[in-house]
Design a protein. Structure first.
Length: 304
C-alpha cells in the first residue's frame, strides 16, 4: 500500500501526465491535499496487468507496457533503454546530501508501481509505504528538528536495530563504516558532538524534497521483514533508473511517534524506516562504502 501526502500546489497537468498513468498497487490509497487534482471515478484503469510508462523508453510484452532496464544497446525491438541493472546496483548508494529540486509525483508513482512487483512469500506484499513531499514533509522535519534542539530523548524502540553484541566480522564492518563515513566529513572518532550534528541531518532527510516511510504490520514475522527489504531495494534501484538517489534510514524509527503524528498510520503498523529521495548534491562527494570480498560472503559448491 502506498499513501501520499503532498504539497497542494503539486498536481499533474493533463499534458504532463500523459504516458504516466498506471495501475495502483493492490490496496494502494492516494491521499490528495485540498486543492490537489484527483483521478475521476470513471478513469479507465487497466484491470489486469499494470502499465508502467516511461516516455519513449517502453515496449509491450504480453499486453503489458514495461519500462526497459537494458543498457545503451538497443534491444531487439530497437527501443533504447534507461539503465543496465548492473549499473543501477553499482551506482546505488546512501546519499546524504540532496538538492531541493522537486521530484515529480508521476515519477514517484511510476517507481512505486513497478516496485510493487517485488517478490514476497505467498504474495503477502507486507509493505505499507507513505510518501511525503512539500508542506507535510516540511512539517515532519520541523517537528523532528524541535525534538533534537530540545534534547528530547528518542522514542521507546519498537524493534531491535542491531544485536546487543556484534560478533566478528560484523563489528569490524560497522566500525569501518563509521570511520569512513565520519572521516570523509573530517570528523574524528573522539569528536562525539560533531558526530551527533552529522547524524542529526537524518531527520532533515539530508535536504531531500521527498521521503518514503515504510511500515510493516506488527503481526508479521521475520520472513515478511525480509520481503520488505526486497521491496525497498526494488524502490532504490528503480529510483536510479530515473536518475534519482536515495538513503534508507532506520534513524526515523527513533522518532516514530513524531512520524505518526504527521502520517496517522493505523495502530497495527510499525515504522521500519524512512527513505530520503531526490537529486544528489554535486558537493556531496562522499566515498562509496566498500564491501567484503566475494569469498567472505559466498560459498560455491561445485560439481566434481
Amino acid at each position: 500500500m502506498a499513501e501520499w501526502a503532498e504539497h497542494p500546489s503539486r498536481h499533474l497537468d493533463p499534458q504532463q501526465a500523459r504516458g504516466a498513468e498506471h495501475t495502483p498497487s493492490a490496496g494502494a490509497k492516494i491521499i490528495p491535499s485540498e486543492s490537489q487534482q484527483t483521478t475521476p471515478a470513471n478513469h479507465p484503469w487497466t484491470t489486469t496487468l499494470p502499465q508502467v510508462h516511461h516516455p519513449a523508453r517502453e515496449i509491450v510484452l504480453d499486453d503489458t507496457v514495461v519500462d526497459m532496464t537494458i543498457s545503451d544497446v538497443p534491444n531487439k525491438k530497437g527501443v533504447q533503454a534507461i539503465m543496465n541493472v548492473y549499473e543501477a546496483v553499482a551506482s546505488r548508494r546512501a546519499v546524504r546530501e540532496f538538492t531541493d529540486q522537486q521530484v515529480p509525483r508521476e515519477v514517484l508513482e511510476r517507481v512505486l508501481s513497478a516496485a510493487a512487483w517485488a517478490p514476497s512469500a505467498s504474495n503477502l506484499q507486507p509493505w505499507h509505504a507513505y510518501v511525503l513531499t512539500g508542506r507535510p514533509l516540511a512539517e515532519l522535519k520541523k517537528r523532528a528538528g524541535e525534538r533534537i534542539a530540545t534534547g528530547d530523548p528518542w522514542d521507546e524502540p519498537e524493534y531491535e536495530q542491531y544485536p546487543p553484541v556484534l560478533k566478528s566480522p560484523y563489528q569490524e564492518r560497522r566500525s569501518a563504516f563509521g570511520e569512513q563515513r565520519y572521516g570523509a566529513l573530517g570528523i574524528s572518532r573522539t569528536d562525539l558532538e560533531a558526530r551527533q550534528r552529522a547524524a542529526a541531518a537524518n531527520w532533515d532527510c539530508f535536504g531531500a524534497p521527498a521521503a518514503l516511510f515504510c511500515y510493516i504490520d506488527r503481526c508479521m514475522g521475520r520472513p515478511q521483514w525480509s520481503d520488505v527489504g526486497i521491496y525497498l531495494q526494488s524502490v532504490m534501484l528503480l529510483l536510479r533508473a530515473e536518475g534519482l538517489h536515495s538513503c534508507t534510514q532506520m534513524a526515523w524509527a527513533k522518532y516514530h511517534k513524531t512520524v505518526a503524528e504527521v502520517l496517522a498510520p493505523p495502530d497495527e503498523l510499525l515504522l521500519f524506516c524512512g527513505m530520503s529521495i531526490g537529486h544528489e548534491a554535486v558537493t556531496a562527494g562522499e566515498p562509496r562504502i566498500g564491501r567484503a570480498p566475494l569469498e567472505e560472503t559466498v560459498t560455491f559448491v561445485d560439481a566434481c
